[in-house]
Design a protein around this ligand. Structure first.
Ligand code: ATP
Ligand code: MG
Length: 373
């Protein structure tokens, strides 16, 4: 058995036992592996591996590497069925620890059918987003970087946080970016990274970054990041988030300067984020509720797409929608008004339908406060 870390020379079974007796090393809670193939190509040898039963592999792996000291990015070599076939240690918790009988060993299997990690194309355009000029300026920089990453050198944009009130255009703006740039964009809901078992999230996050890195320049958008990167004081509410936070930090830091991978994360509440994750963002950009002029524009754009005729007073609409988000305007006001008109067999949406929508919506007119104000 070999390991690329100098400290971990091949060990016999008796040496393994002595590690536990003499060393005060931590025991590894979880090790995530990925098959890396042989150190060189030669005829008759397949460099790929198919693992069909993960728990059987875990048993097999634990048995042969019991007592080995492991670090992230080191390699473990198979000694049994396929000698010298390498497995890369994608991450280990805690770092620099020893595989024991209790260590969970996870293997990343490339799932060709996993659509959640595929890059996306979108019909939305950046100019469809009304207002949010700070965020649009940052997106402009990111677009320039994606076209000419070399020109930025060490000044490349890396990690950006979009935060603010729900329904103000955070996801929409990133979709707009996906619609305009010709680079892979990985849109991921943070909760989709949580797996059933310990180690699943770490391997999914690693997979995501590896794909983005292989296809760079590229963008990773992690929506609703607060669902996984919770501040320590909230972590007891959810088990196992520290694993995810650590995996995320490892990947965010692991991206090297030539990789040209940009991470954009979004949340409603930046203060609920883990400080270590938060400190990785070079910029935190707030998404604000739309001003009067911006609401006018949002109404105007959306009204022009209604499938019925309309007789609406835009100035009045702006007045009654104070403190509403773009989503409230579209989903709670215009959609409800349209459906009311359709249900009443009318061929035109008018202010009576808007009144109905305002009354039935849960938002009280002129009393819609930001969630975290
Ligand atoms: N600034 C805006 N300009 C135009 N439309 C907007 C704007 N903000 C929101 N909308 C409308 O509301 C919908 C929802 O917005 P979006 O999903 O981008 O909000 P979000 O900020 O990501 O919300 P959340 O924090 O809940 O995820 C958009 O698809 C769009 O129709
Ligand atoms: Mg969103």
């Amino acid at each position: 058995m070999k390991n690329n870390s100098k400290k971990s020379e091949p060990k016999s079974q008796s040496q393994k036992s002595s590690i536990f007796a003499n060393d005060n090393k931590n025991v590894a809670e979880c090790v995530v592996l990925k098959s890396a193939g042989y150190p060189f190509d030669f005829e008759l040898m397949e460099n790929t591996l198919e693992i069909t039963d993960k728990s059987l592999f875990e048993q097999y792996a634990r048995d042969q590497w019991l007592g080995m000291e492991v670090n992230s990015d080191s390699y473990l070599f198979d000694q049994k069925i396929i000698p010298d076939f390498a497995f890369k240690v994608v991450c280990v918790r805690p770092e620099n620890s020893i595989i024991s009988e209790q260590t969970k060993i996870k293997i990343i299997i490339e799932d060709k059918k996993d659509s959640s990690l595929k890059s996306t194309k979108s019909d939305v355009k950046i100019c469809d987003v009304v207002g949010q000029d700070n965020a649009k300026n940052k997106i402009k920089v990111i677009e320039k970087f994606l076209v000419e990453p070399e020109s930025f050198g060490m000044w490349a944009p890396r990690n950006v946080l979009f935060y603010g009130h729900p329904g103000t255009g955070k996801t929409m703006l990133v979709k707009g970016l996906a619609g305009e740039v010709d680079v892979p964009l990985y849109l991921v809901k943070a909760t989709s990274l949580i797996g059933e078992h310990v180690g699943d999230a770490a391997s999914k996050i690693h997979d995501l970054y590896e794909k983005a890195s292989k296809n760079s320049p590229s963008i990773i958008f992690i929506d609703e990041i607060d669902a996984i990167a919770l501040h320590r004081s909230f972590q007891s509410l959810r088990g196992d988030v520290s694993e995810i936070v650590n995996a995320l930090l490892t990947e965010m830091d692991g991206i090297n300067e030539n990789d040209s991978v940009i991470t954009i994360c979004a949340t409603n509440n930046a203060s609920s984020l883990d400080n270590a994750v938060r400190s990785r963002f070079e910029e935190e950009i707030e998404f604000k509720l739309p001003s009067d002029d911006e609401r006018y524009e949002i109404f105007e754009k959306n009204i022009s797409t209604l499938p019925l005729k309309h007789d609406l007073n835009l100035k009045k609409l702006v007045k009654v929608s104070k403190n509403m988000s773009g989503r409230d305007i579209k989903e709670k006001i215009l959609k409800t008004a349209l459906h009311h008109a359709i249900a009443s067999d009318k061929d035109c949406v008018d202010m009576a339908d808007i009144d109905y929508a305002l009354n039935s919506s849960k938002i009280k007119v002129n009393d819609v406060k930001g969630m975290f104000e």
